[in-house]
Design a protein around this ligand. Structure first.
Ligand code: 6PG
Ligand code: NI
Length: 197
């Protein structure tokens, strides 16, 4: 890791960074308990532990003042009628924002705060999204054949809190409706929240 200025390229159409430090593959098994249709999930997983999304990270010292960057690629697919998505997370240092620049594909960013505010923003090529501090975020690919590809940057000391989302899920989901992508309330959210001590 250099302290000198550096560049890298995001060659189109693959958009895999010319230099990266870490390549993460997330499969169906990484979304255990997160999907709306648990039966469809179990049946798909029994067939194949499909690749759902990948992340290419450009690492920096995880200290305040540094910025972590990378590319997130969510592949097209569905579990039941729910579109392929990232796990989603709050930042451990919750007062840290994030910038997303969509390079390819179609989808949404599902977001919420601990207080229960929700927001779902469309993503398409050329669109830049600012995720303010305190908003958890999950990328959802709604194209039938094209990956949803975003370049992201966020404070290097932010960290990832997956636990909160793994417990209750997000309040909003993106599913395939009769007229295309539909944003619905997560019926399992209320059930889960009611079970919480
Ligand atoms: C981050 C970014 C982003 C995210 C990927 C994968 O904080 O690192 O939000 O890089 O990690 O889009 O999503 P998950 O981290 O939710 O699996
Ligand atoms: Ni993040």
């Amino acid at each position: 890791m250099t302290d000198l200025p550096f560049t890298f390229t995001l060659p189109m159409p693959e958009v895999i960074p010319s230099n990266y430090d870490n390549h993460i593959e997330r499969r169906l098994s990484d979304l255990r308990g997160q999907c709306l249709d648990q039966e469809a999930y179990a049946a798909m997983l029994a067939q194949e532990n499909s690749l759902v999304y990948e992340v290419y990270e450009i690492k920096r010292p995880e200290i305040a003042g540094e910025i972590l960057m990378g590319v997130s690629i969510v592949h097209p697919g569905k579990v039941g009628r729910e579109f392929y998505m990232t796990k989603g997370h709050f930042h451990t240092v919750i007062n840290t924002a994030e910038l997303y620049y969509c390079l390819r594909g179609e989808g949404f960013m599902v977001m919420e705060t601990p207080e229960g505010d929700t927001d779902v923003q469309p993503l398409s090529s050329g669109r830049v999204l600012y995720v303010p501090p305190r908003w958890a975020h999950r990328s959802v690919c709604t194209s039938r054949q094209e990956d949803l590809v975003t370049f992201f940057a966020y404070p290097a000391n932010a960290g990832h809190d997956y636990g909160t989302i793994e417990q209750l899920g997000f309040r909003k989901l993106v599913v395939d409706g009769s007229r295309g992508p539909e944003i619905i309330d997560n019926p399992r959210y209320q059930e889960q929240a009611a079970r919480e001590p």
